[in-house]
Design a binder for this molecule. Structure first.
Ligand code: PLP
Length: 391
């Protein structure tokens, strides 16, 4: 007889490939065997000075209730609603913004706010490797939908085929981890039309969760469009962890699309604080909330990131690798030479180069490189990439 809950076991099973990889990577790192670290989206250089200044400033108490319980504080909500309205050209109100522990917290809030046990949520494959276990931990049902295998665009036929009367939500991640794709307005409009038609057909509303933590990390001056521009029944999650490259400082939000019909939007607003409380107080810490006005416009050096992308993309392509050119995010996604990403990533690891095998994304023929590595790590890794290049 097990003492563990079924949903915890199910969530763990869903996450086990990532956990196994994480443990072996950490062991190698502790031994000093990882020279070029292209695994998780972690920083490898000192934090932005502006970030450190903001934390220093705002940790200093100014009132007796400085460190009292904080829910959705007025100032960060106002700052975010204004900035988001400008970015997406939609009139967000401060009350549409729920402050969360990063995008993780916002995704968890969205699942709990909109879904019940047994509800199905469409998630992309390849895609970020936590949606499935987060859903299982809530007794919800992840339904994996393949992206177009060549372009990694949304495959509307596959989405339509996956919708059932239990479908409650689809997760759209743009710019997309791991492929770096940014979806076009045309495709998002087609998705909106499809979801409108299918919602009518099944007699209940299918929501979009637009997972946008990489929204500001784009290359070549490319535009971004949120599904919220095309489909009213959208909630957006965001994280400051990517644009500040500080994922250990948990700050993010969930935004309700202002085009959700008024009565529905008010009904959702009414439940956010109690849902956040019930999730274990998933509001950001007080200091993080006070820092939002200083952090809102702060960003890592995207031009430097693009230089690293171009350097690695150029070198890999020159040696015959098939790589999807990332339009945003800090990832590079390609086909593993020989088609076996585990074998390929082990070969690289033997030279001190750690990438993520596509098995973590249910795509065993591919691999992901994280560009938060330093320029020096990239240079040091090039001989190994050349050594193991396709035939
Ligand atoms: N969504 C995607 C697509 C991600 O890649 C990540 C982090 O890697 C998250 C959400 C979670 O972001 P955070 O850790 O900042 O909450």
């Amino acid at each position: 007889m097990t003492l563990q809950s079924k949903r915890s076991r199910d969530a763990a099973a869903e996450f086990s490939v990532v956990m196994d990889f994480y443990e072996s990577y950490m062991a190698d790192r502790d031994k000093g065997d990882v020279v070029s670290d292209f695994t998780f989206g972690n920083p490898h250089e000192m934090p932005l000075p502006g970030l450190v200044d903001a934390l220093r400033t705002h940790i200093e108490p100014q009132t007796t209730d400085w460190f009292a319980y904080k829910t959705n504080e007025a100032e960060p909500r106002e700052v975010i609603a204004k900035a988001l309205s400008g970015e997406l050209n939609l009139p967000f109100e401060p009350e549409d913004i729920s402050m969360t522990q990063g995008a993780f917290g916002a995704i968890s809030l969205a699942f709990s706010l909109l879904g019940d046990a047994g509800d199905e949520v469409l998630i992309p494959v390849p895609g970020w490797f936590c949606y499935g276990s987060m859903l299982k931990a809530k007794n919800m049902v992840p339904v994996k939908v393949l992206l177009d295998p060549d372009t990694f665009d949304l495959d509307l036929g596959a989405i339509e085929a996956a919708i059932t009367p239990r479908t409650r939500m689809i997760v759209v991640n743009t710019p997309h981890n791991p492929t770096g794709r940014i979806y076009s307005p045309e495709r998002l409009q087609q998705l909106a039309d499809l979801l409108t038609r299918k919602s009518d057909e099944i007699g209940s509303r299918i929501f979009i969760l637009s997972d946008e933590p990489y929204r500001r990390i784009r290359f070549d001056g490319l535009e971004f469009h949120s599904p919220a521009e095309f489909y009213p029944w959208t909630v957006i999650d965001y994280s400051f962890g990517k644009v500040l490259l500080a994922p250990g400082l948990r700050l993010g939000y969930l935004a309700l699309c202002p085009n959700i019909p008024e009565a529905d939007r008010m009904a959702l607003r009414e439940l956010t604080v109690s849902t956040q409380m019930a999730l274990g107080w998933n509001f950001p810490d007080a200091t993080m909330q006070y820092s939002v006005p200083d952090l809102e416009a702060l960003t890592i050096d995207i031009a430097a990131l693009q230089t690293r992308r171009d350097r690695l993309l150029g070198a890999l392509r020159q040696w015959g690798y098939e790589i999807t050119e990332p339009e945003g995010t800090f990832y590079l996604w390609g086909r593993a030479p020989g088609g076996d990403s585990l074998k390929f990533s082990e070969a690289l690891a033997s030279r001190g180069v750690r990438v993520m095998p596509g098995t973590l994304f249910e795509q065993p023929g591919h691999f992901r490189v994280c560009l938060t590595a330093t320029a020096e790590m990239i240079e040091a890794a090039l001989p190994a990439f050349q050594e193991f290049a396709p035939g």
